[in-house]
Design a binder for this molecule. Sequence first.
Ligand code: AMP
Length: 401
Amino acid sequence: MKLLVINAGSSSLKYQLYDMTDESVLAKGLVERIGMDSSILTHKPIGKEEVTEVSEILEHTTAIRKVLEKLTDKEHGVLASVNEIQAVGHRVVHGGEAFKGSALVTPEVKAEIRRLFDLAPLHNPPAIMGINASEANMPGVPNVVAFDTAFHQTMDEKVYLYPIPRVLYKKHRIRRYGAHGTSHQYVSRMAAEYLNRPIEELKIITCHIGNGASLTAVKGGVSVDTSMGLTPLEGLMMGTRSGDLDPTVVTFVMNKEELSISEVNSMLNKHSGLLAISGSSSDMRDITDGWEEGKPNETLAFEMYEYRLRKYIGSYAAAMNGVDVIVFTAGVGENSAIVREKTCENLSYLGVELDKELNKIRSGEPRRISTPNSKVEVLVIPTNEELMIARDTLSIVQESK
Ligand code: AMP
């Protein structure tokens, strides 16, 4: 079965076409600057040359039409006809409390995603645009939605509630939801598979650290705690997001600096984190370069980032009364040997012992970076959210037949 996986943002749309007989990727690509007259479509058919096309793409329906044209193009295509695509999987950021797993798209499911616009105003509306665009271009083809929050729906009430008046939860569903669930689920399963151990008996801390970053405590295969909250702002220090802070900072700054809600939101989401402390970059490559050169601001940014990450790992070991496996994934987790090294250096009390040479190797494959004596297995596992969505799409479509 051939499946298309779509990740729609407000002005971008990423896609991957899978052949699920062997889970191989046939083509992937990206449409950028949707809504502008110079939109860019980059199409990479596997085994053929990449193509880039600039044209006017004003909305998502046209974006998907252009993608389908490329997928079936004589020169750059990988399909004889669009009819070969038998299902489409969509990434949706917020599934609220309604979705505990992926779901087949129905009018009710779309209505529920719309009801969640309040909780994810930047992310859920483009997901609906992606679904509508796919329905318009491929009538009759089933659509499946996979939610970033779904994996964390197993968290206990004591974990997901904030200690604030309960009426706010009852009225507005204010609680912790988490994010990156597809990635945390994928890498925790892969970790168990790699170690050849049943996931039911493992306590795993998955560190998804990319531009956005979150940690999850996975016990017996389910999420028992995760560092992101009502929104992806809570938790770790990130590229441009602050992560945890005293909520009074918000009201204090709004008062003193006369900032509006959107200005303070922008400050905390786009102008904080590594960028704010270094004053130069949100990219961990630049931060570590600066740290190696002894630049004070980059050094402080690096040390704060690592310290906060390490504290979270410690708190999740406490949450699960132990840890068997620590997994590093996403841009920083997969690529930054120095972030992994410095973090693990300070986890010796848990019995973590890193093999510094193995840690430096880059392979793009799941691998162990701890020594045989380490009490905790430390793994690097490249995440693959698209494949996870494709697998869910396949099983839901097969079940629905
Ligand atoms: P992601 O959000 O998972 O795509 O991760 C993107 C982030 O990964 C970038 O902003 C960088 O900070 C980080 N990254 C990518 N490659 C490296 C590297 N070689 N060393 C350190 N950080 C990296």
